[in-house]
Ligand binder design. Structure first.
Ligand SMILES: [Zn+2]
Length: 184
């Protein structure tokens, strides 16, 4: 699946989620198909926040999303290796960095609670508004991935892979894109 079509699938699913018209029901009879293998359409970097669930927010059944999670949705080395696996072995062409409003990790970073370690990597925007920072941090994830993975950088350059960043508004459910790599 092309990155454009994968993104269209996710945004249409998000529209269904916002409207309360979910279609993914994960029926027991589908499990025998899932047991034979997976063909996800997108990789997602999500925050560990309990209000963020890509399969629900994008209304996708099991087997469609390759989800990597860490508080603050930071592309850590382990997450980037997972993204490389999904690209190389599962043919995933779209990577989504999924920030969200009311993010505890962002708020803690704003209050300088982290002097080192994982959360010190959260990228805060010049504007100290937490939701602005969530958008900035998600966008910054694109550069982190491109700067850390030669494989993914090449695939983006060649137009095989696209990386997008966005923010899920917890209250409305809407996922808004804030940045994306340009396809050739
Ligand atoms: Zn969060």
């Amino acid at each position: 699946m092309t990155p454009e079509l994968a993104l269209q699938n996710l945004l249409e699913g998000n529209k269904r989620y916002v409207e309360g018209c979910l279609t993914s029901n994960n029926l027991p009879e589908n499990r025998s198909i899932l047991a034979k293998g997976q063909a996800p359409i997108a990789s997602i970097i999500r925050c560990s926040d309990s209000r963020v669930a890509p399969e629900i927010v994008f209304d996708q059944p099991l087997g469609r999303l390759f989800v990597c999670g860490v508080a603050g949705n930071i592309p850590t080395p382990e997450i980037i290796e997972s993204l490389e696996y999904a690209m190389n072995h599962l043919g995933v062409s779209l990577i989504v960095i999924m920030g969200h409003t009311s993010c505890g990790a962002i708020s803690a970073a704003l209050h300088n609670e982290f002097v080192d370690g994982l959360f010190a990597q959260i990228a805060l925007s010049p504007n100290p508004d937490p939701d602005e920072c969530a958008a900035h941090n998600a966008e910054q994830g694109i550069s982190t991935i491109l700067g850390s993975s030669i494989q993914i950088e090449e695939a983006v350059k060649n137009g095989f892979v696209q990386i997008v960043a966005g923010v899920q508004d917890i209250a409305s459910g809407e996922f808004d894109l804030v940045a994306q790599t340009q396809l050739n």
